[in-house]
Design a protein around this ligand. Structure first.
Ligand code: HEC
Ligand code: HEC
Length: 216
């Protein structure tokens, strides 16, 4: 089969590497104290919503996201590895300790996603789901499901390197995919996500974002 290309093989190797790396530090959620995190998350509520369900797509939903992924992003903003948003860089600087990041992450991880901001078209849902499941053999895009799990709900909290993307706001997803493609966001381990995004067309980004945003 032609599609077992170097790219697809690279992706599979990258997944194995990350899973292997994380297996050494396997941590079941919660990784922090969610009750303590609730008060600390007050700092985040203005943009991300008190329960992590933001009402403006500029601000990603944090409800239901893995605590480990939230902690990684906070650290990436703090260390300058993720540089695609100055507002959030400023906010991350206000998270004083690892313990605070873990507590806040654990609090948001426990919240449920609710309410979609946009209504996708049937056509885009169908095209987006196909890309999500099968990828695009012609351009060498590896199916998203292999890393992000069924409906984009992630694989498991112990492999929080692969974030929950099902149910995320459409316009936030479009921004991230475009930025991974263009290189404005490059904090993905082993270049796994940029490797996929660089072969996506605008149309594919739109349809997969519409599909994913409907998976609440
Ligand atoms: C003033 C608004 C604002 C506040 C307050 C804020 N954030 Fe953010 N945050 C943002 C924006 C905007 C983004 C999206 C960045 C982008 O476009 O890539 C973001 C992104 C994030 C992400 C990345 C999510 C993902 O899916 O990758 C995390 C994690 C996060 N914020 C955590 C927090 C935490 C924790 C707090 C409180 C300590 C907080 N934020 C407070 C504006 C804010
Ligand atoms: C080889 C594994 C892999 C594949 C395949 C993959 N991703 Fe990812 N993706 C990742 C990893 C790892 C991250 C986390 C990057 C980080 O740590 O900041 C990520 C992050 C993302 C994010 C950012 C999430 C956020 O909250 O900011 C989006 C959106 C995303 N992926 C969408 C997709 C879509 C759509 C596809 C299919 C077209 C896809 N991914 C295929 C590994 C993968």
């Amino acid at each position: 089969m032609k599609f077992v290309t170097a790219k697809a093989r690279f992706a599979a190797v990258a997944v194995a590497m990350v899973m292997g790396g994380y297996a050494a530090t396997l941590q079941a959620e919660p990784i922090g104290d969610a009750a303590a995190g609730e008060a600390k998350a007050g700092l985040c509520a203005g943009c991300h919503g008190a329960d992590g369900n933001s009402e403006d797509a500029t601000y990603p939903r944090l409800a239901g996201q893995y605590a480990g992924y939230i902690v990684k992003q906070i650290k990436d903003f703090q260390k300058g590895h993720r540089t695609n948003n100055e507002t959030m860089t400023g906010m991350a600087a206000m998270v004083a300790s690892d313990e605070d990041a873990k507590d806040i992450g654990s609090y948001f991880a426990k919240q449920k996603m609710k309410g979609a901001l946009t209504k996708p078209t049937k056509e885009n849902i169908a095209a987006g789901e196909k890309l999500f499941r099968e990828g695009n053999a012609k351009s060498g895009v590896y199916g998203c499901i292999n890393c992000h799990g069924e409906s984009g709900k992630g694989k498991s909290a112990s492999v929080s390197a692969f974030p929950v993307i099902g149910g995320q706001h459409r316009d936030y997803l479009i921004k991230q995919l475009t930025e991974f493609r263009d290189g404005a966001r490059a904090n993905d381990p082993a270049g796994m996500m940029s490797g996929v995004a660089k072969n996506l067309t605008d149309k594919e980004i739109q349809s997969v974002a519409e599909y994913l945003s409907s998976q609440i």
